[in-house]
Design a protein around this ligand. Structure first.
Ligand code: SF4
Length: 398
């Protein structure tokens, strides 16, 4: 079909935009680590400076937690060709195989400097973080990371002196250009506020999507980080709920699919520098890249529909704010984690991964009493029927 005959709506929703269709503005080149220009054959995505690091990153990064093809990963290659030159990986991703697949990919493109590579370690000690960085470099076949995260932290002590000194040491060693943390937990605002105060954190990866815009505490923490020059990268931007639940709002738009609109709503927030998106099919790659390259803004009506969706489906969307629900129970019961893994199962089709993660939850925190959980539901800002959703998680994941 002649591309000119494809309506703008369909074009944005499905087209792979080639270099020739990208506007002149988005062809501006970004500087790489060495100061050389990026390969002109790579179609450019809009870039932003990551906090005040001075480094420019594409506004869309590839999340590499899925199982990648260790021989030739077509998703990584397609992303790269379209300008998604940043990969977010971790020692634990892809059942430990992600680094090796990225290693092979680096060899295939032939120049490490064309990529931005983030990796993470779940170690909770400075010594473990340092040795895990060495292991990550070895597995990735590179002598430096662009960004190294303490993975999924929830303990404010991990922003104390020992860790900040480590970050400084790792930066000075050249093993990583930048240092920061990721967080899935409910105390992300506290961690962000502390990071803004103590310094030494270059970037933070955190859960942020259309469901969080009214969250005053989180907004203040985002402001504090922005003012402190900390780079902010959003993840879990789809705010997913099961598909049949999402259908409560029949999203209509001339320009965007609902998933594209969710991404655009995060990019509309100037404080956010980039989005990590796990793109597990070429269709998703095409849609996300088209949205990233589109200069079209979300309309008030599209925002309104997302707000409606957030309101009508909140009782299926756990925000991870475990400080509310878990703290009112007498015994420690894991709530936020099983509900997150249930989302992986119900919304992303990651059944194996969800079960594996669920089984890592300490057994003693997997016992619950339904009537006691009514107290937890009463304080849940999302209005989740926790007993019912936890039962569903146990049924699906055990
Ligand atoms: S169940 Fe509710 S209170 Fe608990 S973490 Fe999820 S959203 Fe927060």
């Amino acid at each position: 079909m002649n591309e000119e005959k494809i309506g703008r709506r369909n074009f944005l929703k499905t087209a792979v935009i080639s270099a020739s269709t990208v506007g002149a503005a988005s062809l501006a080149v970004a500087q790489t680590r060495s100061g050389t220009k990026t390969d002109s054959r790579i179609a450019m995505l809009p870039h932003k400076e990551l906090g005040s690091t001075g480094a420019k990153v594409p506004i869309l990064m590839l999340g590499a937690s899925q199982r990648l093809d260790p021989v030739y990963d077509k998703i990584m290659h397609r992303c790269f060709k379209e300008g998604v030159t940043a990969i977010d990986t971790a020692l634990s991703y892809g059942w430990g195989s992600s680094h090796k697949a990225v290693n092979n990919f680096i060899k295939q493109i032939g120049d490490r400097k064309k990529l931005w590579i983030t990796s993470k370690s779940g170690s909770s000690s400075p010594r473990g973080l340092a040795s895990d960085l060495d292991e990550a470099l070895e597995e990735l076949g590179t002598d430096y990371l662009d960004l190294y995260f303490m993975h999924g932290i929830n303990d404010e002590d991990m922003l104390d002196k020992d860790y900040l000194v480590l970050g400084d040491k790792l930066r000075k060693s050249g093993k990583t250009r930048f240092f920061g943390f990721s967080c899935h937990d409910g105390n992300v605002a506290e961690l962000m506020n502390k990071a803004a105060k103590v310094g030494g954190i270059d970037a933070i990866l955190f859960r942020y999507n259309f469901r969080r815009y009214g969250d005053l505490e989180l907004n203040r923490a985002i402001d504090a980080c922005k003012n402190a020059g900390i780079g902010l990268i959003a993840m879990k931007t789809y705010g997913s709920v099961p598909e049949n639940i999402q259908k409560v709002v029949q999203f209509t738009s001339q320009n965007f699919s609902i998933d594209q609109a969710k991404l655009k709503s995060v990019w509309a927030d100037d404080r956010i520098d980039s989005i990590v998106s796990e793109m597990d099919s070429l269709r998703v790659v095409r849609e996300n890249i088209a949205a990233a390259k589109s200069e079209e803004k979300l309309s008030a009506n599209e925002f309104h529909q997302l707000n409606q969706l957030a309101a009508l489906t909140s009782s299926y969307a756990c925000n991870g704010c475990s400080q509310y629900c878990e703290s009112v129970l007498q015994n420690k019961v894991a709530i936020a984690d099983p509900l997150r893994f249930l989302m992986y199962y119900e919304c992303y089709g990651k059944e194996e991964r969800a079960r594996e993660l669920f089984h890592n939850i300490p057994i003693e925190t997997r016992q619950f009493n339904r009537s006691e959980l009514a107290r937890a539901s009463a304080v849940c800002p999302q209005g989740i029927n926790i007993a019912s959703r936890l039962s569903k998680a146990y049924e699906a994941l055990t």
